[in-house]
Design a protein around this ligand. Structure first.
Ligand SMILES: [Zn+2]
Length: 353
């Protein structure tokens, strides 16, 4: 009997110590970047040069990284559209607009800019009917009329030459680093500088790539250098440092994360004679970003402390089971999962026995 009591006391002490030992820094956290990676990296190509399709695209497939094509629609032939159809549906690549025939917008009137945007988008819609193009890259880095741009695109890429912070200064003129023989990023070390700056600042590094190797287009980049940069990122995957993603996904994530608001609701159950008790086996989370759900549909990575006494958990959103993992950080257990911020799609954490 005494032995039993001692064991009980010891057990209580362990539970108590366990609880004291775990002091969560935050109750609930949205990761700065997807998967709690330290920074985001985006490879964007513009002008629709042949070698982007012949050399770069297969290379991105090899590494299983998505990339972004800012299309000059009149410069795309049938083979390129076919490649883009596969790239967007199978490989998660992005198609943005880079005008119809590379007109520089400060040479166009407001009306002409509007028409050019509509024509480029219409062409993309015809060729890729399942795809919604809603990003843009300025030609020659010249910013157009942003009141028109913002009506058709939620993010636009410029080329200031610096690595953006986790929140860009201006979503309609997001900075990129220009690559190739005529520009600043030419060799592997130049790519490394971009990676390292992004990593140390928790920011977002976007590369603008033009022609590749011996193409006759603007500022060709060596495919060996491109491959070496992808090799490095692949090799670094185990460190969880770099989120390699498209321009639009990083832009969506950034804005959703900054606007995300959440509340944790303790569910109640009615039992017996109208007695209402807390349902300790279920947590409901309402996650909302106040943004247009048709555009802002990228899942955010979330971290929630494991409720006391729970061992296993299932995470549901809209009746769909989400991937989740349980991680111990500084002695505290957390549930980590991805969910789309949408107040109408509540998230349920359910205790499993
Ligand atoms: Zn261009």
């Amino acid at each position: 009997m005494r032995v039993m009591n001692n064991i009980k006391t010891l057990y209580a002490m362990i539970v108590l110590l366990g609880a004291v030992g775990c002091a969560p820094q935050t109750e609930f956290e949205v990761a700065t970047w997807h998967g709690f990676k330290q920074c985001a990296i985006s490879y964007t190509m513009e002008d629709s040069y042949d070698n982007q399709f012949k050399i770069a695209l297969p290379m991105f497939h090899d590494y299983d990284y998505p990339c972004t094509f800012f299309l000059t629609t009149r410069w795309c032939d049938r083979t390129k559209w076919d490649a883009l159809r596969e790239a967007t549906t199978i490989w998660g690549c992005e198609v943005g607009s880079h005008t119809v025939d590379h007109a520089v917008y400060d040479t166009l009137t407001r009306e002409q800019q509007k028409q050019d945007i509509l024509d480029a988008n219409a062409r993309i819609n015809v060729k890729l009917p399942m795809y919604k193009c809603n990003t843009f890259a300025y030609t020659d880095c010249v910013v157009g009329d942003t009141s028109i741009i913002s009506r058709h695109y939620f993010a636009a890429r410029g080329c200031h030459g610096y690595v953006e912070r986790a929140t860009p200064n201006d979503y309609l003129n997001i900075s990129s680093l220009m690559c190739g023989s005529n520009e600043a990023v030419r060799n592997f070390q130049d790519f490394m500088n971009g990676f390292n700056t992004a990593k140390s600042s928790g920011g977002w590094c976007i590369f603008s790539i033009y022609d590749i190797d011996d193409g006759a287009g603007y500022s060709p980049l060596s495919s060996d250098v491109l491959r070496a940069s992808l090799d490095y990122l692949k090799e670094q995957e185990k460190t969880n440092s770099f989120w390699v993603t498209t321009f639009k996904n990083a832009a969506k994530y950034s804005k959703e994360r900054d606007n995300a608001k959440w509340e944790i609701v303790k569910d109640t159950i009615k039992s017996g004679s109208n007695r209402v008790t807390e349902d300790n086996d279920k947590l409901t989370i309402r996650l909302e970003d106040g943004l247009d759900d048709d555009i802002y549909d990228h899942p955010l990575t979330l971290r929630c402390p494991m409720p006391f006494g729970w061992r296993e958990v299932e995470v549901l959103q809209n009746e769909i089971v989400l991937d989740s993992e349980i991680k111990t950080i500084n002695g505290c257990k957390y549930i980590i999962f991805d969910a789309v911020p949408n107040g109408n799609k509540k998230i349920y954490l359910i205790k499993l026995e």
